[in-house]
Design a binder for this molecule. Structure first.
Ligand SMILES: NC(=O)c1ccc[n+]([C@@H]2O[C@H](COP(=O)([O-])OP(=O)(O)OC[C@H]3O[C@@H](n4cnc5c(N)ncnc54)[C@H](O)[C@@H]3O)[C@@H](O)[C@H]2O)c1
Ligand SMILES: [Zn+2]
Length: 363
């Protein structure tokens, strides 16, 4: 299945399906033929689990740079090490980069591609559920010790080749983490779809066909938004639902301490509580949503590891924060997001309500 992304700067396809990688590489052969070198950037877990499959699908020559796994590949140190590798390999502006991994590898590889010799083409080959989100839309970044994703660029890939076969080695925790972004896509777009997702008893054991269908739906939601607003001047902000509070918890836990999607799920519930005040979300809905997420194994207890005062610094570092006031994406209804400024004092109030609700629901 193909989903087109018509971004203002560049149009490209997301090819998604089971066992599609070999065929997709054939389809994109002209890109590989044009490249003087193909460099695969991947991480140690992905390469260990999926090297054999990747090399069986690839019909072109390539050199591989294997990076530390997960969030740690988005460091300045690894950014430099990757650029050094490209220079040592004598890559030019005609070289092609393949990002083979989850969102962390994709973000790092995209930023490397955006900046190596002022920009070389790259292809995303995502290997996580979460990457249905991160591989599409052209946001690339690395982390600064003072903040996540603080250094980056908007830089679109030439194509996204999403072979769901690659998900077969994904740890259960990562399945759950990635699915939080699918739920986010449903919350901002479609009440009927969200209700369907909330019927799932075990996200971790979802049949492969349903999973592929939900991933494609999530990509469609993301693609339509990116087409309207590539550089986040307006509607693209909606994709940040759950991320303001979520990023604060993620940063407080130290990058990698809690998975990105786990933190997003924690942030989604916070946004529902705020949406009870600013929109028409009911406490009944928030409670049901929290029960559904908790019963599926999302680690809400992590909230209690940090006081609100510990989260404040991180909340204020959010890229959407302006002059001490925080900007949240909230919901009028499911499927109707909007942006709302909220004073820090009110954020503290909602945080207290959140902790009380958690104590009630999680027993
Ligand atoms: N650019 C964007 O628009 C965007 C959107 C959402 C998230 N993100 C970023 O994405 C990152 C999170 O991405 P993620 O959740 O994919 O995490 P990840 O890339 O860190 O991968 C999670 C873990 O799973 C391993 N892994 C990946 N694929 C595997 C596979 N097929 N088999 C076995 N192990 C595998 C990785 O090595 C890692 O240990 C964060 O840095 C976040 O900021 C970016
Ligand atoms: Zn996210």
């Amino acid at each position: 299945m193909n989903i087109s992304v018509r971004a203002a700067s560049h149009q490209y396809e997301v090819v998604i399906g089971k066992n599609i990688l070999a065929n997709a590489f054939t389809t994109y052969k002209p890109l590989f033929d044009k490249a003087d070198k193909v460099i695969v950037l991947t991480d140690e877990h992905v390469w260990q689990s999926q090297q054999a499959y990747f090399s069986a699908c690839a019909t072109f020559d390539y050199n591989v740079f294997v990076m530390p796994a997960g969030e740690s590949c988005k460091s300045f140190h690894n950014y430099e090490a990757t650029q050094t590798f490209l220079l040592e390999q004598k890559c030019t502006r005609k070289s092609l980069i393949i990002a083979f991994g989850g969102g962390a590898v994709g973000d790092l590889a995209g930023f490397v591609a955006a900046t190596y010799m002022r920009g070389v083409p790259f292809i995303q080959v995502p290997t996580t559920i979460l990457a249905h989100d991160s591989a599409v839309g052209g946001k690339t970044a690395i982390n600064h010790p003072l903040g996540k994703n603080m250094i980056g660029a908007f830089y679109q890939p030439q194509a996204v080749l999403y072979d769901t076969t690659l998900l077969n080695s994904l740890p259960e925790r990562e399945v759950l983490s990635g699915f939080a972004e699918v739920i986010k896509h449903a919350l901002i777009s479609d009440e009927k779809w969200l209700n369907e997702l909330m019927q799932i008893v075990s996200i971790k054991s979802l049949p492969e066909e349903s999973l592929a269908q939900y991933l494609a739906e999530g990509i469609r939601v993301k693609a339509r938004i990116v087409e309207q607003d590539e550089t986040e001047q307006s509607v693209r902000k909606y994709l940040n639902l759950g991320h303001t509070y979520g990023h604060a918890v993620e940063a407080a836990a130290g990058y990698g301490g809690i998975a990105h999607g786990e933190a997003v799920m924690i942030g989604l519930v916070y946004c529902l509580l705020l949406s009870e005040r600013y929109g028409n979300i009911t406490r009944d809905f928030t409670t049901k949503f929290l029960q559904y997420a908790a019963s599926n194994g999302y680690p809400f207890a992590a909230v209690n590891d940090y006081s609100f005062d510990e989260l404040i610094d991180y909340l204020l570092k959010d890229k959407k924060a302006e002059y001490g006031e925080l900007q949240f994406v909230l919901l009028k209804e499911v499927g109707e997001p909007f942006v709302q400024k909220v004073e820090l004092a009110e954020c503290r109030e909602i945080d207290a309500i959140y902790r009380t609700l958690l104590a009630e629901v999680l027993i």
